[in-house]
Design a binder for this molecule. Structure first.
Ligand SMILES: Nc1ncnc2c1ncn2[C@@H]1O[C@H](COP(=O)(O)OP(=O)(O)OP(=O)(O)O)[C@@H](O)[C@H]1O
Length: 271
């Protein structure tokens, strides 16, 4: 499998009276079409790493070392750190998109779902005809399991789960190579969460994008990820295929983390 993203020696500090070294010298690669899980307890730096890769950090955060390079479908390498302003904005929806925990609340309450979806195409694909845009929006919504009748709805008329699905549809709209998902289903109930996760893995199989999936929920990651990276206090302590990480964890912290989920240890005792 070729790689779509290479992150090398990536470090981020939050400057302040007490500087926080939130991400320290992280190296990782993301394969084309791979689901890479990023696990670790709250505050270990997962979100900072994801935002850093996508250049979404704001002061007092500073990238102190390293880089993130995207290997495009066309065969060129793009250093995300070299992009500025407009380039970066275009790049974000087009090549790398992001769905975060509260994303469903970032839909504009006074604009219909149709208009919000269409806006992505009118901004990023200005040559697309109005008819094509309409068709595409309907298809996108159905792809994430929402009836296209909902295009005319306003966000408050949809459940939390549906709104989050709309956000996933928006993130997929331009067929990016990478989707970064930061606790995308955490605010939803377990059944809805499951449905959406199945949908994401199915869509990945269908469309071939890679996913960097961030959550503190290790059992969930074991289920959906190809490989899992474990982060602790800003550092990646282990990165291995999911089954290998579960069956023969190498790092003491990975063992501790696995042991902290009763469902996992219960299954182990039973097996
Ligand atoms: N704006 C900020 N200013 C200073 N320190 C920050 C800021 N944002 C985050 N941090 C610190 O950086 C570290 C990493 O935080 P981050 O949010 O990346 O962790 P996380 O693993 O994503 O946690 P969670 O799962 O709770 O979101 C933490 O110690 C946090 O307190």
């Amino acid at each position: 499998m070729s790689d779509v993203l290479t992150v090398t020696d990536f470090s981020v500090d939050y400057l302040g009276e007490q500087t926080v070294h939130a991400v320290r010298n992280v190296d990782l690669t993301l394969g084309r079409g791979e689901i890479l899980g990023l696990a670790g307890e709250s505050g270990c730096g997962k979100t900072t790493l994801a935002y850093g890769i996508n250049r979404l950090l704001k002061p007092p955060a500073v990238i102190t070392s390293g880089k993130a390079v995207l290997h495009s479908r066309e065969g060129t390498d793009i250093d995300l750190g070299s992009l500025t302003g407009e380039e970066l904005r275009a790049f974000r929806w087009d090549r790398v998109s992001m769905v975060f925990q509260g994303a469903m609340n970032s839909l504009n309450p006074v604009i219909s779902i149709r208009a919000q979806l269409e806006d992505i195409f009118s901004t990023h694909r200005p040559a697309m005809s109005k008819a094509d845009r309409r068709t595409r929006c309907g298809e996108l919504l159905e792809r994430v399991g929402v009836d296209r009748n909902r295009l005319k709805s306003y966000p408050h008329e949809l459940s939390g789960g549906m709104r989050q699905r709309v956000m996933i549809a928006m993130a997929m709209a331009l067929e990016p190579q990478i989707m970064i998902m930061d606790e995308p289903t955490t605010a939803l109930d377990v059944v809805v969460q499951r449905e959406i996760l199945l949908e994401i893995t199915r869509l990945r199989d269908e469309l071939g994008f890679a996913v960097l999936f961030i959550t503190h929920d290790l059992p969930l990651l074991l289920e959906i990820s190809d490989r899992i990276a474990v982060m602790r206090a800003g550092e990646l302590v282990e990165l291995a295929p999911a089954a290998q990480l579960y069956n023969s964890p190498q790092h003491a912290y990975t063992k501790l983390l696995l042991g902290s989920f009763p469902s996992l240890t219960g299954e182990r005792a039973a097996g």
